[in-house]
Every structure is written in structure tokens, then in C-alpha cells.
Ligand binder design. Sequence first.
Ligand code: CP
Length: 308
Amino acid sequence: MKLSTKHLLGIKNLTKEDIEIILSTASNFKDVLQRPVKKVPSLRDVTIVNLFYENSTRTRMSFELAEKRLSADTLNFAASSSSAAKGETLLDTVNNILSMKVDMVVMRHSASGAPHFLAKHIPAAIVNAGDGINEHPTQALLDAFSMQEKFGSLQGLKVAIIGDIMHSRVALSNIYLLKKMGAEIVVAGPPTLIPKYISEALNVRVEYNVKNALQWCDVANVLRIQLERQNQPLFSSLREYNLAYGVSQKLLDSLDKQITIMHPGPINRGVELDSDVADGNNSIILNQVENGVAVRMAVLYLLSNNGN
Ligand code: CP
């Protein structure tokens, strides 16, 4: 099974078959991760750098663990403690790292398009671990894996993506993926946090009333309010955001159905999601994190076997 791409820069350019291959390979790796010995030799003698220009807990540790489970050699780069802080360019940094015989690059960057730029200039395979407000493809893949695990199929599944859609790379990657896989999507939140032309551009339904979106969906993927990407206030206060758009147990109790709760993390508890919901029986948030390792093993394994 081969992917149609040398890099994983986003979901936008993946085929439905690529996504199916990644999810089914991840399922095999999830079985491996249940065994007492969780390590396989698949990427022995492959060296991977985790190049993080932006903070991360889940994605960075998940990639590192995935690489170790595959027996790859790993290098970790944090921009704040590197010569990037002295002004070294992204391309110089990566070329210097590659000259040490590094085979693959996993990268997170605050600039949208940074991995796409890099892909034009270096020979190594690149995995986008989140670029600005553009895409976070492995998050969408692990979200899809988690929904498929829970519901059996993504076809016809009703997914509400709720919150700060405007600044969310998770939202965009999820929309691309879910549409390719035949799910139905509603994006919900305040008008100031939903791009004006998203309905026409991406063919998704927009709902400004979160209760209506929850009443409609099977799954709510609740997104973080990304205050660090907002140059000016886009809602009156966190308290008022929580009252108008936050997902609380009281709101869920007012529905006539149970829905599955997801969140990519990190959670602003008491803002977009209340703690009793995040930690409740319908939450699969920690399953998402667990599945991230198997999904990233699948991506790294498939790209390393793709003639690079
Ligand atoms: N979901 C996610 O990308 O989390 P981190 O920022 O901690 O990697």
C-alpha cells in the first residue's frame, strides 16, 4: 500500500484512498501498542528530526513516541533554545540538520505554509505537525481514527465543529478529511470566529446557535479559543463566551440525545468546554491522544516506504 504523496503537508491534497490506507495501517499499529513489547523494527536506521517552532505537548510527544516505537533514531529541536533565536533561517537550520544524515522532518511552525515552502527546497520527506492557521493533518487523522473506532464508519456521521473556527488548523484539516470520507459537517460558534465565506468555500453548514448544532450532531469536536492568534478582541469576555458558546453539562442535559465529545487539546476548561463534560462518560478526548501515537506511526511508516 502506497500513499499518493511524498510529504504529509495537509489533508487537502490527500485522496480518500490515502486516508483509508493511513487509518487501516494505524489500526495495525494500535494492535502492536496493546502488546507487552510495543516496539517494531520498521524504521531501524531511519533518523527523524522533530522541528518545533511553536509550543506543543501532545503532538511533539506523540511523534517522538511513534518514532521510538518504530525504532527510528530521533532528534528534538525547540526553536527557543536553538540558533533560530540568533536569527538563523528556517532553510539554513534544516539544511544543517539534514547534513547530519537526517532522513525525515516533522515540523510545527507558526507561519501558515512553512512546511510547503520547505518541501520545495529540501529532498527529505516532511510531515506537517501544524502550520499557523492552515492545517494540522495528523490531528484530523487521529480524530477520524477515533470517530471510526467509536462509530464504525465516517460515512454519514454528523460532526459539529464548535468554537474558534477562524484560527483553527484543526478545523480546516477536519473539514477536508470528513468531506472526503462522506461525513456531514456543521461549524458552530460566534460570527466573529467563523470565516465569512466558509459555507461557499468549503461547502459546510454554519450554525451560530451551539445548542442547535449539538441537537443535530452525533459528535461535537470542541475547539480551543486561540487567544494567542487574536490581535483584537473577537468576543466580549471569556465568561460571556462560556455562557453563550461553551459546552456545559447543563446544555447537554437539555438535549434529547447523547453525543460524543472530542477536543484536540489543550482545553481552556470553563471557556469552550466545562470540566464535567471534558471528563465525562461521553468524552473520548484521551482516546484521541492515545490514538495519535498509532496514527503517527502509520504516517511515518508509510512515508518512509514511499520511495524517499
Ligand atoms: N492538539 C495539539 O496539537 O496539541 P499540542 O499543541 O499540545 O501539540
